[in-house]
Design a protein around this ligand. Structure first.
Ligand code: GUN
Ligand code: ZN
Length: 420
């Protein structure tokens, strides 16, 4: 994708080459275009790999997920606040042990790559070592990943809480230790305002202000019982967004997961601040949180990316998320254009994570994170894509019928990182 398809005519927002050639040099895209134009510009000794019948796309960017919840996926029977207590908090306590964190981090990174996700914004747990384990796993694979240690100083099991000062110290130490290493980034990560005191939210805002290169990553307005709890905890705040805004946590580096129930007024204030939303359709459906109106958020101008939100969400695949987003749209009376869905899963996510100067599409100069997709990965996919016409139709079929089986290869900075 070259631009937001809602700001341009859809056809002008992307480039598709039926017989294309992608040139990679030193881990970056050197050229991209029709084979007949690009091939003559290559020197005779340039190695060329052919993928006949396959689709080459940018890697997916997951705008919100939790690696410590890998073993929570597909937990039956509850909505957000009960689900956190019954499933998530017990699972996160196991991350006090570094060996467990290392094992899950490795599995999680491999699962991202198997699903074609080359960049992600990821929650750790409250344990500093959980983020160290994830960063080491991502660094070893050269993934462009942004993560942070959860800040949580109340309304959670004692084993999962930090304090204002330990949260500050751990966050600062992680930023210092990991800044500039590989393709990693840090996000200051208060879980949500239910589990952080005013003092801790203020600290998070101070740390973010002191480090202009870090993101701010949290949850907001996901579930009605959660919102009622926020009203009780912060009776003087204008609304949920205001709780974050008064602590300096709403700006161009903020990514808010969900915002299912955000008012138009809040969406407009998010847009004015330059903040982004991670739309997590699988999670919203499974937890019964509600239906996110993408149209309303887009009409207010807010940047929206797509999040798998493991483990409330049930799949690592952003193709799956595109399909789930379409279904949520149907229930909202909105018809999501396939290329808009593809934009959400790639360039829009990169914009939300403020890495769109580096990844998100295959424009020359960007890092060569790309996928080779098999349009015939299953018998039904083969049948349906064979009969499809325009690329948008093929993308739509992939979003409804596709998953990790479609991802034949994943490349990170020009190097093969996963092969099916
Ligand atoms: N709100 C606060 N914590 C969480 C979490 O772990 N998952 C989801 N989906 N929502 C949250
Ligand atoms: Zn989440």
């Amino acid at each position: 994708m070259l631009a937001d398809p809602r700001e341009a005519p859809v056809e002008a927002a992307y480039a598709y080459h039926e017989d294309g050639l992608l040139v990679v040099e030193d881990g970056h895209v050197a050229a991209l275009g029709p084979y007949t134009d690009i091939f003559p510009t290559l020197t005779a000794d340039t190695p060329v790999t052919a993928f006949p019948g396959k689709l080459i796309t940018p890697g997916f960017v997951d705008a919100h997920t939790h690696y410590p919840q890998t073993d929570v996926v597909a937990a039956w029977g509850s909505q957000l606040l009960d689900w956190l207590n019954a499933h998530t908090f017990p699972a996160e306590q196991a991350f006090a042990g570094r060996a467990h964190a290392d094992e899950v981090a490795a599995f999680f990174c491999e699962e991202l790559l198997r699903n074609g996700t080359t960049s992600a914004l990821v929650f750790g747990t409250v344990h500093k070592t959980s983020v160290e384990a994830l960063f080491e796993a991502a660094l070893a694979r050269n993934m462009r990943l942004v993560a942070g240690k959860v800040l949580m100083d109340r309304n959670a099991p004692a084993a999962l809480t930090d304090t204002v000062e330990s949260g500050r110290a751990d966050t600062e130490a992680l930023i210092r230790a990991w800044r500039g290493r590989g393709r990693l980034g840090y996000a200051v990560t208060p879980r949500f305002a239910v589990t952080s005191s005013d003092a801790q939210l203020a600290m998070a805002g101070e740390v973010a202000a002191a480090h202009p290169d870090v993101l701010i990553h949290t949850h907001m307005s996901e579930n009605l019982a959660e919102i009622a709890r926020i009203r009780d905890l912060f009776p003087n705040a204008r609304d949920y967004l205001d709780v974050y805004a008064r602590h300096g946590l709403v700006g161009p580096r903020s990514v808010f997961a969900h915002c299912v129930h955000s008012t138009e007024d809040a969406l407009r204030r998010m847009y004015a601040a330059g903040a982004s939303i991670a739309f997590c359709p699988s999670s919203n459906l499974l937890l019964g949180s509600g239906l996110f109106s993408l149209k309303r958020a887009c009409d207010c101008g807010v940047t929206v990316g797509l999040g798998a939100d493991i483990g409330a969400g049930a799949s690592f695949s952003l193709l799956d998320m595109m399909g789930e987003a379409y279904k949520v749209g149907q229930l909202c009376g909105e018809t999501l254009d396939p290329m808009h869905a593809f934009y959400l899963a790639t360039l829009a996510g990169a914009k939300a994570l403020r890495i769109d100067d580096k990844v998100g599409n295959l424009c020359p100069g960007k890092e060569a994170d790309f996928l080779v997709l098999d349009l015939a990965a299953t018998p039904l996919l083969a049948r349906r894509t064979a009969g499809a016409g325009a690329i948008a139709e093929k993308i739509f079929i992939l979003s409804i019928l596709g998953d990790d089986r479609v991802v034949e290869r994943t490349y990170l900075a020009g190097k093969l990182a996963h092969r099916r």
